[in-house]
Design a protein around this ligand. Structure first.
Ligand code: ADP
Ligand code: MG
Length: 229
C-alpha cells in the first residue's frame, strides 16, 4: 500500500517559494491501477518522484507498506526501490554503452540477485526482444528501447510500478505494446500501477483516475467499467 498524508512540495525560486504540490492525501491499495493526468507542469512527475523516494517532500509523510520513507537514507531508499519498486520514464534512461542484455542484467548483478542470467533471458522474451539482446540502445527503435527499460524495471518483480509518461515518446502501436506489458504486470502479478499519461484513452482504463492541476488534485474518479471487470 502507498500512503501519502499531507504531502506537499515547495522549492525556492528567485527569492520566493514556489509550491509545486499543495498538501495532498492519497492512499493507493495494493494492486490498484491509478492513472494520473493533468497539463504539463501540474506536478505529476513531482508526485511520482516523491513516491519513488527520488525526491523528498517539504511536509507530510509517505509510507510504502506502512514504512515511512521520509527522512530515510539513500541506502535504505535504494534498498526499498530494489525490493519493491520498478520505475519507467518517458525518455527510457538506458545506459548507451551497454547492450539491451547488459542494461537489464547489470543492475541485477549490482543488487546481487541470484539467477540473473536466466531472469534476463526470461525478461527479454517477455518483452519480445530476445533477437535484439546484443544491440545497443542507439541500434534500437524508441519502442524497443522502452521495452528494454520495462524489462529492467520488471527484473525484481516489483509490487509497485511507477511510470512517467512511458508512452509519450512512442507512436500509438509501440505505445500500446508498452502499455499492455504494464497492464499484464498489474493484472497477472497484482502489481500496483501508477501511470502518468497524457493519453486519455489509456488513463480511462485505470481503476481510478486522478487529475492534477497547478499542484492540486482537482478531480478523482473511480472508473466503473474497470472496477466491474
Ligand atoms: P509535470 O510532470 O506535471 O509536467 P512537474 O512535476 O515536472 O510537472 O513540475 C511541476 C512544476 O514544478 C513545473 O512548473 C516545474 O517547472 C516545477 N519544478 C519541478 N521541479 C522543480 C525544481 N527542482 N525546481 C524548481 N521548479 C521545479
Ligand atoms: Mg512530467
Amino acid at each position: 500500500m502507498i500512503e501519502l498524508y499531507k504531502v506537499s512540495k515547495q522549492v525556492p525560486s528567485g527569492g520566493e517559494t514556489l509550491t509545486i504540490l499543495h498538501e495532498l492525501d492519497l492512499v493507493i491499495p495494493d494492486g490498484q491501477f491509478v492513472s494520473v493526468i493533468g497539463p504539463s507542469g501540474s506536478g505529476k512527475s513531482t508526485l511520482l518522484g516523491l513516491i519513488a523516494g527520488l525526491d523528498a517532500p517539504t511536509s507530510g509523510d509517505i509510507r510504502i507498506d506502512g514504512q515511512s520513507i521520509v527522512g530515510a537514507g539513500e541506502d535504505a531508499l535504494a534498498e526499498l526501490r530494489g525490493e519493491k519498486i520498478g520505475i519507467v520514464f518517458q525518455s527510457f534512461h538506458l545506459i548507451p554503452s551497454l547492450t539491451a542484455y547488459e542494461n537489464i542484467i547489470v543492475p541485477m548483478e549490482i543488487a546481487g540477485l541470484k539467477g540473473a542470467k536466466e531472469r534476463t533471458h526470461e525478461l527479454l522474451e517477455d518483452v519480445d526482444l530476445l533477437a535484439r539482446a546484443h544491440h545497443y540502445p542507439s541500434q534500437l527503435s524508441g519502442g524497443e528501447q522502452q521495452r528494454v527499460a520495462i524489462a529492467r524495471a520488471f527484473a525484481n518483480n516489483p509490487k509497485i510500478l511507477l511510470a512517467d509518461e512511458p508512452t509519450g515518446n512512442l507512436d500509438s502501436q509501440n505505445g500500446r505494446h508498452v502499455f499492455d506489458l504494464m497492464i499484464q504486470m498489474n493484472r497477472r502479478r497484482n502489481a500496483t500501477l501508477l501511470l502518468v499519461t497524457h493519453d486519455h484513452d489509456l488513463a480511462s482504463q485505470a481503476d481510478r483516475r486522478i487529475s492534477l492541476r497547478d499542484g492540486r488534485v482537482v478531480k478523482e474518479e473511480v472508473m466503473v467499467e474497470a472496477a466491474q471487470s
